[in-house]
Design a protein. Structure first.
Length: 364
């Protein structure tokens, strides 16, 4: 269902030309107060409306036809800014290694001996008329470890860890600003097969940032039934990756409002000893196929995600998902301003669509 790949191995570029495949890069800057920024740049992100439904109908698109950048900011554990922008294929490029362009937004990965830095220059227009601009930077050791065994085409790769990160974002139309520095984390996922074909019924990923190490854990429930396959990865200060088989115990199973199954707490164990554990409060992203949490436990803090691939892009949910995606290749939802941009400005942005300018000037 998943396999560890070397951090120095480039992704086979045929992945982004294979119908139904995917490749996404995930970066996170987070401080101990749970203030931070997540950035995802992607080809064939399964969460984009219409992508998985076309796979199921036998009319899969290629990942390079569906390129997107997702940026979410948190202020003391509360979602503060949200943007998911889908670009025209002609406005996107990737050299197959460490240089990406999405419109006016650029990502650059540079190796410097045993270390790596990734710089992102952000410049994305918002549907309400403003622009999100800024810089996001990561730097740290390149993880060193053996390549995972198995036949899965789904390759997961930690790219920088442990590392340091900074983010500076601004959006002038709403006077939004975010500056944060803290622990950083960068990884990638890629496969020429779609997420459903990989045989994953339920996917739980968690990572914990400690003083000297990063710990990452996966629990993957197979479509064929049975207990989850659980993997643990510990990355030391010098980038050495240690892998292990884990066991997962959860407490407080419950159903979220949109139908996702979750739990109140989890604990990964290795030979009876705790590898990672945390309690889960309310998710910071609560959807019909995806849940995201910010976590904290003794000596560690980080985040966690739950995904159910078969629930992605269902017809009953698609209109709700479209409300959160700004696209250059299709008409956007009239409700998009309610979800996009700075949290404090959502209602005011929406009002601009429906209320005369005279009334808008009276709004705070």
């Amino acid at each position: 269902m998943i396999r560890l790949d070397h951090a120095h191995n480039p992704i086979d570029r045929r992945v982004v030309a294979t119908p139904g495949g995917f490749a996404w890069w995930y970066g996170e800057v987070l401080d101990e107060d749970q203030t931070g920024v997540v950035v995802i740049w992607s080809f064939g992100l399964p969460f984009l409306p219409g992508y998985m439904s076309k796979v199921r109908k036998g009319h899969a698109e290629t990942p390079c036809e569906r390129a997107a950048v997702n940026i979410v900011a948190y202020n003391r554990g509360v979602p503060d800014f949200y943007l998911l922008h889908e670009f025209r294929p002609g406005d996107v490029s990737w050299d197959g290694r460490g240089s990406w362009r999405f419109g006016n937004t650029h990502f650059e990965s540079v190796d410097e001996g045993k270390s790596r830095r990734i710089d992102a220059t952000i410049d994305i227009p918002l549907t309400g008329g403003g622009r999100l601009e800024g810089r996001i930077r990561f730097g740290g050791p390149v993880p060193i470890g053996t390549q995972g065994r198995g036949s899965s085409t789904h390759l997961w790769t930690p790219l920088i860890a442990p590392c340091f990160g900074t983010a500076m974002l601004r959006e002038d139309a709403s006077n939004y600003q975010m500056k944060v520095s803290g622990r950083g984390y960068v990884d990638r996922n890629a496969s020429p097969q779609d997420l459903e074909t990989l045989g994953i019924k339920r996917w739980f990923w968690a990572h914990a940032l400690g003083r000297d190490t990063d710990r990452i854990a996966y629990a993957l429930w197979p479509e064929s039934g049975g207990p989850p396959a659980c993997y643990g990865f510990e990355i030391s200060q010098d980038g050495v990756v240690t892998t292990s088989q884990l066991e997962l115990a959860t407490r407080g199973e419950h159903k979220r409002p949109y139908g996702m199954q979750s739990f109140r707490a989890y604990e990964f164990k290795q030979h009876g000893l705790t590898f990672m554990k945390a309690s889960l409060s309310d998710p910071v992203d609560d959807g019909p196929f995806y849940l995201r949490y910010l976590t904290r436990s003794e000596g560690y803090y980080g985040s966690a995600e739950l995904i159910e691939p078969k629930r992605i892009d269902r017809g009953r949910h698609r209109a709700l998902v479209r409300m959160r995606v700004q696209s250059d290749i299709r008409r956007n939802s009239v409700w998009l301003p309610l979800f996009q941009g700075a949290r404090e400005s959502h209602l005011r942005q929406l009002s601009r669509r429906f209320l005369p300018g005279r009334i808008n000037r009276l709004l705070p």
